[in-house]
Write a protein that binds this ligand. Sequence first.
Ligand SMILES: *Cc1c(COP(=O)(O)O)cnc(C)c1O
Length: 463
Amino acid sequence: MSRSAHPAGPRHADAMTEGHYTAPPADLNALDEKVWARTVTRNEDGAVTVGGIEVTRLAEEFGTPAYFLDESDFRARCRAWADAFGRDADVFYAGKAFLSRAVVRWLKDEGLNLDVCSGGELTTALDAGMPAERIAFHGNNKTVAEIERAITVGVGRIVLDSFQEIARVAHIAQALGKRQRVQIRVTVGVEAHTHEFIATAHEDQKFGIALAGGQAAEAVRRALTLDGLELIGIHSHIGSQIFDMAGFEVSARRVVQLLAEVRDEHGIELPEIDLGGGLGIAYTSEDDPREPHEIAKALGDIVTRECEAAGLATPRISVEPGRAIVGPTAFTLYEVGTIKPLEGLRTYVSVDGGMSDNIRTALYDAEYSVALVSRTSDAEPMLVRVVGKHCESGDIVVKDAFLPSDLAPGDLIAVPATGAYCRSMASNYNHALRPPVVAVRDGEARVIVRRETEEDLLRLDVG
Ligand SMILES: *Cc1c(COP(=O)(O)O)cnc(C)c1O
């Protein structure tokens, strides 16, 4: 959804007239630093390297398809977010974007907190040593078992998503003899996607409790009466791949308004607000994401101003970037297989993966870029569509792009900015073996999630 304001349905756009690329880029060998992880560059032989290692060597050692994650870039982004928000705010990495035990350790080292939204994510976080108090538990339908476990291990907060859940969490906490720190997730009436925010149909979705009609105020009223709950604040998450701060502005203003109402009614000032995640990254050269310090300043200014106007002390702010931290740090490496030129249309380039390792194009009509990375080429550009090997015509990885016309089977191509929501949404469709995630840093490559094997497939199939 990096370009379209419409979350639903693929556009059947003619690439030459309406697609992302209207003209080939000036230099197909150039790597736009906006979309590639920080240590990605080309060496003198023309091969792309990451963390100092050629992709050709990585392909030999780890096979394709595979995700290669630039660990120093990941850590630098964590630090940039932590530094930008400083001591008076908390940064929670949204684990659903991509979570593994190595990632949890990096987050821990770099001082970030972690959002989880399932028992599986919680297990991964705890197993890798994330202190429970630095974990926030999310989800619109947490099971009783998940809630019991979260409270028992002592997660720092549970974000309550419905009236039933307010009662459920309070009941379970009380039965366990605990008082659980909670936030209430509200829907503020804006839904932000891409460059725009849409102030319609926002309440017609499954998350949160509406501010409209006094629902959220009623949720606060109930939470405050329950002994099992310590209400620490209000949470709002307005969408994903957002570039425009206007949606956050409306969201922050409405959340602060609720804090003022709570103060007027109950005589208490809730100490925290969480403004969610959703900050956009560059998938193609046309995307212009904001830097963490700009985002921190914009959000801080909005909240401070609104609180001053309402006569409230400024609450502690938290944010929950997922994509903005991990997305740009990884690329997917594929080997080119069949190449099929369709006269007058475009050339279909098939790779050894597809919708099983990147569902976002099929699911959200997402835009990606692609480059030939095993060598350079001076051949003319050709318009391509990069497709997978699955039994679906919608199995598209990159809709419209240009690659050199001398592209041949066996070449390696890479799709940048696949760190978020690709491995974490990967599937076994067609009994594909999910690719490994390899962390690369300072000339060393290390598998952090191994490739699935046929034994893995058969082990689950108990016959
Ligand atoms: C998905 C999600 C995030 C992270 O979104 P990104 O687009 O990856 O930044 C943060 N908070 C909540 C509650 C979410 O559901």
